[in-house]
Design a protein around this ligand. Structure first.
Ligand SMILES: *Cc1c(COP(=O)(O)O)cnc(C)c1O
Length: 360
């Protein structure tokens, strides 16, 4: 793909970068825009947006829950759940690299007054015994451990999938101890396409589940939370408090419905492309891919190369490949619907050259 820019009177051609920073960079395509243009709308704060109501029915059905609520971002979806499931001073448990702990601006502490304890776990999967030991027995000194947050697929651990049995066990341990379980399923669609496990089978082990439409599914904006009718009523109240109650949201719901109906199965292509890219990167001595590439995310560790992630990201950018640094020596690549196989191949070749060049 090329775009033309005008500069000092002449037209020059620069290649559009191959953007592998995140699957959030996907843009609504022509068909999705048609669906947006056709959307019937109403005031959703009065519950009168017909397109939103259709989306929420579809989301609750797909996740096997009684009800659902729409939110502008996944962060808001997770955080209204943290708020509803806890009281100030409570403790939540999450993976030490979990989005809810590490990538939401400290919202659990700032907005819900909850402290989140990070638990270890290979590939983002926390062993149920680790959870059992982390749950504090009730006493007058300790915070009340109230909530367990799980993430499937796990973003920073490389798009890895919670095996269904592990999820079931973790959830059972938490529920037995009286905790509430929240599932951050921003990319639950990827997990489902990769394994053939229905999203509802994952969701049945959680009291609330948050899903995103704005990532690999290609919608411009939007996430949802599904749960019982009772919990969704409570979430509506907190969403209002957090500023997330919106009016003619049918224009967004139409994009999300389009995404659900058309863009789930094709995630398999993103997974194939991620494996292809990982194949290229794995060729370079000193580069390690610490997590299995199970879906659309590749986390690359450069410690063995002795170069920083920011240097590699800069060099890649010069060659028209965009990735993000996730730490001093860690670079992340994400495949998605707006990069095709030949672009991913090109990105792989460029990245191999950059890695060999910076190693010196
Ligand atoms: C992206 C993401 C979120 C939050 O989504 P935003 O819409 O960016 O706020 C939550 N959890 C995970 C695992 C994510 O990858």
């Amino acid at each position: 793909m090329r775009e033309t820019i005008r500069k000092e009177g002449h037209v020059s051609q620069i290649p559009t970068p191959i953007d592998l920073r995140s699957d959030t960079v996907t843009r609504p395509d022509a068909e999705m825009r048609k669906a947006i243009a056709r959307a019937e709308v109403g005031d959703d704060v009065f519950g009168e947006d017909p397109t939103m109501n259709r989306l929420l029915e579809q989301v609750s059905a797909r996740l096997g829950k009684e009800a659902a609520i729409f939110v502008p971002s996944g962060t808001m979806g997770n955080q209204i759940c943290v708020n509803v499931h806890t009281r100030p001073g409570d403790e939540a448990l999450a993976h030490v690299q979990g989005h809810v702990l590490d990538l939401e601006g400290g919202a659990a502490a700032a907005l819900a007054g909850v402290h989140v304890t990070g638990l270890p776990g290979a590939n983002g999967v926390i062993d149920s015994e680790v959870i059992r030991h982390a749950i504090r027995p009730p006493n007058e000194h300790s915070p009340r451990t109230r909530l367990l947050c799980l993430e499937n697929t796990h973003n920073v651990a490389g798009g890895t999938i919670w095996p269904l049995e592990a999820l079931e066990k973790a959830s059972a341990v938490a529920h037995q101890a009286g905790l509430v379980v929240h599932l951050d399923g921003a990319r639950i669609w990827n997990a489902s396409v990769a394994t053939g496990v229905d999203p509802a089978q994952y969701a049945q082990h959680a009291d609330t589940v948050m899903v995103c439409f704005s990532k690999g599914l290609g919608a411009p904006v939007g996430s949802a939370v599904a749960g019982s009718r009772d919990v969704v009523d409570k979430l509506r109240y907190v969403r209002k408090k957090y500023g997330g109650a919106m009016r003619q949201v049918g224009v967004l719901a139409a994009a999300c419905l389009y995404a659900l109906e058309n863009n789930i199965d094709r995630l398999a292509d993103d997974h194939k492309n991620a494996a292809l890219l990982a194949g290229y990167l794995g060729e370079v001595d000193g580069v390690s891919i610490p997590h299995p590439v199970e879906t659309n995310i590749i986390v690359v560790n450069l410690e063995g190369l002795g170069v920083t992630a920011s240097l590699v990201v800069e060099e890649l950018k010069k060659r028209g490949v965009l990735a993000v640094s996730l730490g001093e020596n860690v670079v992340r690549f994400v495949t998605h619907k707006d990069v095709n196989e030949s672009e991913v191949e090109k990105a792989g070749q460029e990245t191999v050259e950059v890695l060999r060049q910076v190693r010196g």
